[in-house]
Design a protein around this ligand. Sequence first.
Ligand code: NAD
Length: 334
Amino acid sequence: KQLGIALVGLGGYSTNQLAPALQETENCYLAGIVTGTPSKIDDWKKKYDIPDKNVYNYENFDEIANNDDIDIVYVVLPNALHAEYVIRAAKAKKHVICEKPMATNVEDAKRMLDACNENGVQLAIGYRLHFEPYNKRVMELGQQQVFGKVKSITANNSSDMTSKKPNLWRLDKELAGGGSLMDLGIYAVQGAVYTMGEKPVAVAAKYGEVTKPTFFHDVEQSINWELEFEDGVKAKSNSSYAEEQNELSAEAENGWWNVSPAYAYEGKKGETSEGEMDYPNIFEQVNQMDSQAESFRNSEKSIVPGEMGLRDMKILMAIYESANAGGERVVIQY
Ligand code: NAD
């Protein structure tokens, strides 16, 4: 059976990536929508053939418990709202996919995971890069030590939102939980961790200069940090909302690799010390949701489970703790 997905929040990511991807998935399909904006409903119903009974708003959302068409709720709201909707979905006994970052603090991430466990439903995070050939190759190169042990990592993810019209919630600490780190830096953290295949033990971080104060008075414009792994390997990273950077690279004992862009939806390119990486660019959200639906169907954890989201929240919060303390080394508590 194809599992039915309901998208919660019909903003940019749902509209431009997830809904189109759900037209190509095999294990799941777009069965319903949850929106606070009534003017969007007609277009979505027509475009995706969604029946009235599968359309919800934020008030009647809990009634989704009685709807057998919906097996999975996919939460695509501003970060601070993830916790409430994941927990309500779990109580409605639906499996949940939650967008990154999982939450805006460790406490919420734990509550989300607990709610899913208590209600016997699966929780996965929208970490699409785990389903994509270039990043999968990076995991292999690093974790299987194809060029020997990794000696150092560079992972940067930045996007100049000041040149476009930014979503205002991304500049609001209450809703976003933070700035460039929460939105973009999380990919660099993930990249370093899946290159190593282990959790970092400590971090040192500093905020960058604020050059665009009209945008960045509540959340950080940029931040740079260094993750430290058990055997002393370091991963250096930067994320900024006011420049363009997109790379995941590493030096190993007997070679190196560099994927750039590494985190973009399209156009990924990469090179190793042995030559060009030649993989297809795929519609990665299709593979992501198909794989997640397949694991839910088999009552198995996704390869990007809620536990991974919680781990990453702990890392992100340690990065902020260090930056707030002016760059002091912080041991990450798991
Ligand atoms: P967006 O601003 O385009 O959409 C947010 C949606 O939430 C809008 O439809 C808005 O109406 C709705 N909303 C409900 N309550 C709101 C409130 N109180 N304030 C503001 N908006 C409210 O954002 P987006 O880019 O679609 O991001 C949504 C989530 O998806 C975020 O968590 C983001 O990090 C994540 N995301 C993930 C990826 C990825 O590649 N995995 C890409 C983009 C966004």
